[in-house]
Unconditional design. Structure first.
Ligand SMILES: Cc1ncc(COP(=O)(O)O)c(C=O)c1O
Length: 377
């Protein structure tokens, strides 16, 4: 985290105003306007987490019992659990072996008459390949929700992520490219969807004691909004440093035997969140676990595909087996039989390194030296 006196001053202003909720103040509204402007969309809706943003986005699209949404299994749990929260069914497609993003060919094979949407994830500041996914969505009448929780500021073919699909979702958790402590944002050009998102964020209540649909309390606080407004001003500067740090690692590592730097596809202007490296265990003679043990500063990233976790293997969501047992669904889904070869290989070979703005050149060099020793065995 990179909070300075600037954020502190704005937080104190909010405290002095005595207006801590967006129902009373103007700070979140201003942050929303500025964020929408930054992403290049008409609307932004401030919420209290990236998970809430996903939950609301799916609900706003009227996706629920009996419906399927296609997601990658190489992502944070909320990409998939937000679908369950809406009583819909996550269907996992495989990822691309180089970019680790959702593979459009695998997505195509997963479409059924129940499919309602696709959630591509822009993983660690590299963008998913959106055009093939947009084509698939158009051909099959599906929505696209971009999970941009790890990619504030990244661009796909010149367009900021969060402005490409029907809805975009962002997280402001402290490890992200910008933070509000906890927090999130939904982005869209669709005014009707924006209105629904605002309603769902606040009890489905457009005015006092009027309840027009089921909603939750997912409101962003004015304190979060105040931090966010300052962080947003700093975002491009942060992204520049993150990308520079990532490039520094990549330039040094690209010639090491048995360790690959992240692949940045031509269509992508990245906004690196972490630097994702890949080992070739057969070349360096170490499993991922052994590599990480010898390199304690490296981080484990998504060690198994999501469908191999207990939540999916044993289908532990709502009581009585919902949503899988829902009569509107009427299909049997068994994640224990699912095999997606690329993600199962990638999860055994991936590690992550910090490239945040506060990391020093010495720390980056230390990491490079460790990788040099481990990689050139
Ligand atoms: C890809 C992805 N989606 C969703 C989320 C959820 O965001 P939050 O932690 O703010 O709920 C995260 C955050 O870690 C994420 O990385």
């Amino acid at each position: 985290m990179n909070l300075t006196e600037e954020e502190q001053k704005e937080v104190v202003k909010v405290l002095k105003s005595q207006m801590l909720t967006l129902l009373a103040g103007e700070v979140v509204k201003n942050f929303e306007r500025e964020f929408a402007n930054y992403i290049g969309v008409k609307h932004a809706i401030g919420v209290n987490s990236g998970t809430a943003a996903l939950h609301i986005a799916i609900a706003a699209l009227e996706i629920g019992p009996g419906d399927e949404i296609i997601v990658p299994p190489f992502t944070f749990i909320a990409t998939a659990s937000s679908i369950l929260q809406n009583n819909a069914i996550p269907i996992f497609a495989d990822i691309d072996n180089k970019s680790y993003m959702l593979d459009p060919d695998s997505v195509k094979k997963k479409i059924t008459d129940r499919t309602k949407a696709i959630i591509p994830v822009h993983l660690s500041g590299i963008t998913a390949d959106m055009d093939p996914l947009l084509d698939i969505a158009e051909d099959n009448n599906l929505y696209i929700i971009e999970d941009a929780c790890q990619a504030h500021g990244a661009k796909y073919k010149g367009k900021k992520v969060g402005s490409i699909g029907d809805l975009g979702t962002f997280s402001f958790y402290p490890s992200k490219n910008m933070t509000t402590g906890e927090g999130g944002m939904i982005t869209t050009n669709n005014s009707k969807l924006a209105e629904q998102c605002r309603l769902i964020r606040h009890h489905g209540e457009p005015s006092w004691y009027v309840y027009n649909r089921l909603g939750w309390n997912y409101r962003m606080t004015e304190i979060q909004g105040a931090i966010g407004r300052i962080q947003l001003k700093k975002l491009d500067g942060y992204v520049k440093i993150r990308n520079k740090n990532a490039q520094y690692l990549t330039d040094k590592v690209k010639d090491f035997k048995g360790i690959d730097p992240p692949y940045v596809p031509k269509y992508c202007e990245p906004a690196f969140n972490y630097w994702i490296g890949r080992i070739h265990p057969e070349i360096i003679g170490l499993t991922k676990e052994e590599f990480i043990e010898k390199f304690p500063k490296s981080k484990v990233l998504y060690p198994i595909p999501l469908y191999q976790t207990k939540l999916f293997q044993q289908k532990v969501a709502y009581p009585k087996g919902c949503p899988w047992s829902c009569p509107f669904y009427g299909k049997e889904i068994d994640y224990t039989k699912l095999k997606l070869p690329i993600v199962e290989k990638v999860t055994r070979e991936i590690f992550a390194l910090d490239i945040h703005p506060k990391i020093t050149k010495e720390e980056l060099d230390d990491n490079i030296n460790i990788m040099k020793n481990l990689g050139n065995k």
